[in-house]
Design a binder for this molecule. Structure first.
Ligand code: NAD
Ligand code: UDP
Length: 318
């Protein structure tokens, strides 16, 4: 059994990761300042004696007593609507939060895992994106608070590896979805699900020909754990290479939910990436991992959760 700190534990991916690690028999310490996460995501985790939770902003000094075997840094603002609203918090958690968690990992001689993102590739000029593609990011652009904080975070992780021989992992996560995503998160799948389930038109931004590749959350968890357990220190893409246009995604959501909603087009947000698809041969060969939940299946698995959120937060929809 290992003792593992998970930052961003009350969020979508962080809470699933806590559950998975607890299930595997580890002791897990969750940390979150709840800026976008909800502790109810940790209801299952709180049932276990091997779980504890600290409300803490990871941009401030972090004190954890006792030994730690791993520090997994997931805390961030992660949805475009949230990071556009809080660009300074986004930069701080990617820069200061990564620095503090790396310092803690060094102090405890713990393995460190950083959750980076496909956004380090920006609006990519090559498709699919392999790990050695250097990206096309506008440092002064509307998404730069997120993209650049993650690029800086990767650089800081590399520096701790080189200067302090810290044992590091870097996951470049591509669009992931599933239960526990906030309905008001603004990302495309919660938006489309909420719209389809309430009979409202699905809002496709732009002409809908832009692409994304969507990974179901259980596949992502397996990928992150495989990366942690591997000896791979360089960045690894983790995502599902099944690339779809946003128009196709809207059709699939309508089909899976049996909704009769229509589709409307709204303005494309500035600098919205045109294509995105992970090249995952490194994950296949070095982690022995690949996703196996298809888009239709993953959306079906998520429908009940999104429905339950509608009833819970029905006032939000008015
Ligand atoms: P999320 O918003 O659901 O969870 C992030 C959590 O971090 C939230 O609970 C939030 O309260 C917490 N947090 C933010 N700032 C904090 C701070 N200063 N101190 C403590 N806690 C803080 O997002 P998610 O989708 O679960 O993403 C988790 C990680 O994975 C993020 O680092 C994100 O950048 C990365 N990622 C996610 C995706 C995806 O598709 N979900 C894609 C690429 C990368
Ligand atoms: N999008 C859309 N309608 C929505 C929300 C998003 O068409 O209601 C588009 C968005 O412009 C982007 C894609 O869906 O092209 C994925 O957006 P999301 O915010 O989920 O994540 P991103 O990959 O852009 O970070």
């Amino acid at each position: 059994m290992s003792r593992i700190l998970v930052t961003g534990a009350a969020g979508f991916l962080g809470s699933h990761l806590c559950d998975q690690l607890l299930e595997e028999g580890h002791e897990v310490i969750g940390m979150d300042n709840r800026v976008s996460g909800k502790t109810e995501n940790l209801d299952d985790a709180f049932e276990r004696p091997t779980f504890s939770f600290y409300e803490h902003d990871v941009t401030e000094f972090i004190h954890v007593s006792g030994e730690l075997d791993a520090v997994l840094h997931l805390a961030s603002l992660a949805s475009p609507i949230f990071y556009r609203e809080h660009p300074i918090k986004t930069l701080k958690v990617g820069a200061l939060g990564t620095h503090k968690t790396l310092g803690l990992a060094k102090e405890k001689d713990a393995t460190y895992l950083f959750t980076s993102t496909s956004e380090v590739y920006g609006d990519p000029e090559v498709n699919p994106q392999p790990e050695d593609y250097r990206g096309n990011v506008d440092p002064y652009g509307p998404r730069s608070c997120y993209d650049e904080s993650k690029r800086y975070g990767e650089s800081l992780v590399r520096a701790y590896r080189d200067e302090h021989e810290l044992d590091v992992r870097v996951a470049r996560i591509f669009n992931t979805y599933g239960p526990r995503m906030r309905l008001d998160d603004g990302r495309v799948i919660p938006n489309f699900m909420k719209q389809a389930l309430t009979g409202k038109d699905l809002t496709v931004y732009g002409d809908g020909k832009q692409t994304r590749s969507f990974c179901y959350v259980s596949d992502m968890m397996d990928g992150l754990v495989a990366l942690l357990e591997s000896g791979t220190q360089g960045p690894v893409n983790i995502g599902n290479p099944d690339e779809r246009t946003i128009n196709e995604l809207a059709e699939v959501v309508l089909e899976v939910t049996g909704s009769e909603s229509g589709i409307t087009h709204e303005e494309l947000p500035p600098q919205d990436p045109q294509v995105r698809r992970p090249e995952i041969s490194k994950a296949r060969s070095e982690l022995g991992w690949e996703p196996d939940v298809g888009l239709e299946e993953g959306l079906k698995k998520s429908t009940e959760y999104f429905e339950s959120q509608l009833h819970k937060f029905s006032t939000v929809l008015d």
